[in-house]
Ligand binder design. Structure first.
Ligand code: M6R
Length: 617
């Protein structure tokens, strides 16, 4: 995930920017760059697009001391739009040279804005979406706006979650930062000699332990020894700094009380990272350079088996559903501890896809070994590259969610789902089941996924009261159908592991075959029922529960008033393409479990009896 560091003070900013970027480099990057305002008031930019060597190469390039200035911005990029190279690295300058900006997030309407800017005579130097911001800000500054007004004005033109930092030759003492939605945070701090701004608290600790976190919809100006906070209307905001504990763990949590809440909030970012370099938003294409199968091999696959454990198995179930529906290949997900011992009939035409955050889960590794012996081509969808699973698989699809510390998986699930959705599209296109128009329409839909998830994250307000209510039950039932079934399973798993409430995930169509015997006032039911082909069936299932005296909480599509007539509680998620509905309904499931755990006084980061990595069977 991209990282930001900015400095305004009295020392030479250049080495400080490099150090600041080093402290956010663990987020992952493929390019790095800085802009400083030199003694003559000119913005000087140096950047590198050398993959993992970028930051070190940048440090060497500026290490000769030629470049200096007391105000500057720095950025580590993880490419989303355009190749990894120097031109596409941040910061980007406006064509009139008056401003330089760095940006985290995806600008969903960048093509439209780019066309408008090109028509007005501006020449683009990069393939990035971010460059539009540099020109929008530069034009406003040239026509007399302050840097702050210009950044706010530019942000109001773009669609999508965004974090921006900017410097202007017209106001050489300040740096402006802005946050809209969830595209990575911005935190600021100051001491008598400087003010600093970064994506992560850890980068501020050499300067101060008193920090201010920008909320979505806020803008900040920093200058030596001063921080000024505003809303997007330009009204000043007063906020006392928070004293952050001086340790890495607390700093990593930022302003979140738990790693889990931080990791839930990072999901829009995780989705973007999983799409980086794979989805070309301008061309409307999806490619997975990591896939080593030939087109002929892909066409010869006659079955796909996805395997994993716990939450990763649920990702696999989602993957099976999208692979079957998009690529029309028979696909099923199976628990690795079962797959490994049942001597399955698999061979060279069975594509096996393992899903594992850690890459070290004992049962998943054993199932993968079995597939290898059977001669099946094998992929692994994985967070921790270099782990054992990547050595067994023929190829690895990194999910790039960033380190997940909470034992309960959240952002790694959403990033695995994003990766599997892209894989399904690639398999479908290679097999000729869908054409370029259908792929373009998938790209248009998934371009909105980070903002849709960010909107769903705003549900936390609706969730708290429901969580209080659910915390009173000893038994919960979670129902879903189709692509919502893994989400129901995941909702139940999260509730069990975090709140220690007995919770069962069930296919809604299975109720009459046994589970109805449990219905009644002592068991509440959570139903995942967005509007799709199976919606009416879900309404009938809700009525079945109600008829037996059960209490129902439904997760439904925004604007669905019908469901309020049958369910006791309704949590609305944004309307979206049907393929993306599981991403929407997943968010309230995570939030519900988290909030219920808090209502019951549990520690959501360290559930009892559970480990993050299960290396024994
Ligand atoms: O590292 P893995 O993804 O292979 O781990 C598999 C499960 O242990 C894991 O998904 C577990 O179910 C979750 N942490 C629960 O939230």
């Amino acid at each position: 995930m991209c990282g930001i560091f900015a400095y305004a003070g009295s020392e030479n900013a250049v080495p400080l920017l490099i150090e600041g970027l080093r402290s956010v480099e663990y987020r992952g990057y493929d390019s790095a760059g800085i802009s400083v305002i030199d003694a003559s008031g000119v913005i000087q930019t140096v950047k590198r697009g050398d993959h993992k060597a970028s930051l070190e190469n940048l440090a060497v390039t500026v290490g000769d001391g030629q470049l200096s200035g007391v105000v500057g911005i720095g950025h580590t990029r993880w490419a989303t739009h355009g190749q990894v190279n120097q031109q596409n690295s941040h910061p980007h300058s406006s064509s009139n040279g008056v401003v330089s900006i760095a940006h985290n997030g995806i600008i969903e309407n960048f093509l439209e804005l780019k066309d408008e800017l090109v028509d007005s005579g501006i020449e683009f130097l990069s393939e990035t979406d971010s460059e539009v911001l540099a020109h929008l800000v530069g034009k406003s500054v040239a026509s007399g706006s302050s840097l702050r007004e210009a950044v706010i004005g530019a942000a109001s033109r773009i669609k999508g979650n965004t974090a921006i930092v900017a410097v202007s030759a017209a106001e050489p003492n300040i740096v402006v930062g802005l946050r809209v939605g969830n595209a990575g945070g911005i935190v600021v701090g100051k001491n008598a000699d400087a003010a600093v701004m970064a994506s992560d608290t850890i980068a501020l600790l050499p300067y101060t332990t008193e920090v201010i976190y920008l909320e979505p919809g806020e803008v900040v100006e920093i200058e030596k020894g001063a921080i000024r906070l505003f809303d997007l209307e330009g009204l000043s905001i007063e906020r006392e700094p928070i004293i952050t504990a001086q340790n890495f763990e607390a700093a990593q949590k930022g302003n979140h009380p738990h790693f889990m809440s931080k990791e839930i909030a990072e999901q829009p970012d995780a989705i973007q990272s999983a799409m980086r370099g794979r989805v070309d938003f301008a061309a409307g294409t999806i490619s997975l350079p990591e896939v080593t199968l030939t087109s002929e091999q892909i066409r010869s696959i006659d079955r796909v088996i996805l395997t994993g454990m716990g939450t990763s198995l649920h990702a696999g179930m989602f993957g099976a559903s999208v692979i079957e529906s998009l690529a029309r290949i028979p696909a099923a997900a199976e628990n690795s501890s079962e797959l490994r011992y049942r001597n399955p009939v698999i061979g060279p035409k069975t594509l096996v896809i393992a899903v594992t955050q850690s890459g070290e889960t004992a049962d998943t590794l054993a199932a993968m070994e079995h597939a290898r012996r059977a001669g099946s081509p094998q992929a692994v969808v994985l967070e921790l590259e270099g782990s054992q699973a990547s050595r067994i698989a023929d190829f690895t699809l990194p999910i790039r969610a960033g380190q997940e510390i909470g034992v309960a998986s959240t952002k790694t699930l959403i990033a695995s789902m994003t990766t599997l959705l892209q894989l399904a599209a690639v398999l479908a296109e290679t097999r000729g089941v869908i054409g370029t128009t259908a792929v373009r329409s998938i790209v248009e839909s998934i371009a909105e996924l980070p903002s849709l998830v960010a909107t769903a994250l705003g549900l936390i307000g609706q969730i708290t009261a429901l969580a209080e209510r659910l915390s009173k039950f000893d038994d919960l039932l979670y129902l879903g159908r189709g692509a919502q079934l893994p989400i129901a399973f995941e909702g139940a798993l999260k509730m069990k592991e975090l709140a220690y409430i007995h919770a069962e995930g069930y296919p809604a169509g299975e109720m009459k075959h046994g589970v109805n015997a449990l219905l009644g006032p002592n068991m509440a039911t959570v139903v995942s029922a967005p509007q799709n082909d199976l919606y009416e069936k879900m309404l009938s299932n809700i009525s079945e529960v109600k008829a037996r005296g059960g209490e129902v909480a439904a997760i439904a599509t925004e604007g669905d008033v019908m469901i309020e007539r049958v369910a006791d509680h309704v949590i609305y998620v944004p309307k979206c393409h049907e393929l993306l509905q599981p991403f929407m309904t997943l968010i309230p499931m995570q939030l519900l479990a988290y909030r219920t755990a808090l209502a019951l006084g549990r520690d959501p980061d360290k559930p009892r009896n559970l480990a993050k990595t299960v290396t024994v069977e």
